[in-house]
Design a protein around this ligand. Structure first.
Ligand code: C2E
Ligand code: CA
Ligand code: CA
Length: 388
């Protein structure tokens, strides 16, 4: 594969990791995508083959070269908080002579930001010469980079690794996360890993989180960060930047709604969704206040982000209601539909430049939100909690 063709075919997507304390995004994982004939291909379809035929090293090198440019874009366009960026390195490249030098020379221009880069490796990177691997990690950590152990729980990962490896982060694999729901043993294992990681000053990230119950349990275990469709799929670079800015930096004044504990539903998972949704709405509200911005095409991106998040949120609530046979499921879903309709009307009024209607609709959404939080969501959580 020539470098030129490699350049044209690949892109990096960024999946936000949500910080459980702040409900903001302070980190993301870069994930490669292949475009072939206009079609986006998932790495599961080409990475295994690339690992077999050795072209994975070229792919990893491409990622490594791409990272500083993307990072610079992210760092200059997101403000206030720092964003850590992690990327995946295959065992074959990690073990190869010259890996250390490649990383250092490629990231040289972004030296000041080294602590914001994290390399994700799996235990297979340690199968070869373990001491060599430890030395490489140590050298790069001395240069300020961070290391994460990926897919923890899928291989033969033993607790011994914790002791031997100089790691900053441990990523609990989706298999474990999926096993947590309804399985006390898996739950206990994940809980112990979290506990141990904390004691050893490592950050904990749970991967592939999709369900309310998983978020609830992970929050109880004091997991640091959650990465999963429950909050966001991997996003294109520009969309990721917009997402981060919307979630992390809502306007200080002129807000649509202020979050208050009064709105708490009683479940961490829903509350964290609501807090993120409020931040997204606040940013959108601020953008739409400005007559000039209202006409910009970028504004539609903000609208899209809110729309996407709302569907993710409603979908997870609705699944939850159905699962627990909540008697008021139909009514609750009707309320969700009302929001979706009003939001759709807001978009139409924006297209029609119908200012009056536009502000009326915004007020309706606000009223809806307050009523829905104070009543419907609290009732739902109360019902499910009482069932146990
Ligand atoms: P990974 O490193 O474990 O990355 C996490 C994968 O889980 C990503 O798949 C991500 O999109 C997916 N994921 C995240 N949240 C959820 C969720 O809630 N549900 C489900 N079902 N999936 C979720 P993706 O992007 O398809 O990548 C698959 C694997 O390909 C990665 O697993 C990694 O091993 C490899 N890969 C991806 N990008 C690169 C790269 O740049 N270099 C190398 N060497 N490998 C890469
Ligand atoms: Ca990874
Ligand atoms: Ca993983």
């Amino acid at each position: 594969m020539s470098t030129a063709s490699v350049n044209n075919m690949f892109t990096l997507y960024y999946q936000p990791k949500i910080d459980m304390q702040t409900k903001k995004t302070h980190a993301a994982e870069a994930l490669i995508r292949l475009t072939r004939n206009g079609e986006l291909i998932s790495p599961n379809h080409f990475i295994p083959q690339a690992e077999k035929d050795g072209s994975i090293i070229e792919i990893d090198k491409w990622v490594l070269r791409r990272i500083p440019d993307d990072a610079r874009k992210i760092f200059t366009k997101t403000f206030e908080e720092e964003i850590r960026i992690s990327f995946n390195i295959s065992a074959s490249y990690f073990d190869k002579d010259g890996f250390y030098e490649d990383v250092i020379s490629t990231l040289n221009h972004t030296k000041d930001f080294h602590s914001l880069f994290e390399i994700e490796i799996t235990e297979s990177a340690l199968i070869g010469n373990k001491q060599n691997a430890i030395d490489t990690i140590n050298r790069l950590r001395e240069d300020g980079l961070r290391f994460a152990l990926d897919d923890f729980g899928t291989g033969y990962a033993s607790l011994k690794l914790f002791k031997e490896l100089p790691l900053d982060t441990i990523k609990i694999d989706k298999l474990f996360v999926d096993g947590m729901v309804g399985d006390k043993k898996t739950n206990a294992i994940v809980d112990s890993i979290m506990y141990l990681a904390k004691k050893l000053d490592m950050k904990t990230v749970a991967e592939g989180v999709e369900q309310v119950e998983q978020v609830e349990q992970l929050a109880n275990m004091n997991c640091d960060e959650i990465q999963g469709y429950f909050y966001s799929k991997p996003l294109r670079l520009d969309d990721f930047i917009l997402f981060v800015n919307s979630v992390n930096n809502p306007p200080k004044k002129n807000r649509f709604i202020y979050w208050s504990n009064e709105y708490s539903s009683g479940l961490f998972a829903f509350d964290s969704h609501h807090i993120i949704l409020i931040n997204l709405m606040n940013t959108l509200y601020d953008v739409l206040q400005d007559e000039n911005l209202r006409k910009e095409s970028k504004t539609w991106k903000y609208i899209e982000i809110v729309g996407n998040f709302v569907s993710v949120h409603f979908e997870s609530e609705e699944k939850y209601m159905v699962k627990y046979n909540y008697p008021k499921t139909k009514e609750h879903i009707m309320e969700h539909r009302k929001f979706v309709d009003d939001f759709q009307n807001l978009k139409s009024s924006l297209i029609a430049r119908d200012e009056r209607n536009f502000f009326i609709l915004f007020d309706m959404l606000k009223e809806w939100f307050i009523q829905h939080e104070l009543k419907a969501d609290k009732e739902l959580v109360h019902y499910v909690k009482n069932k146990f």
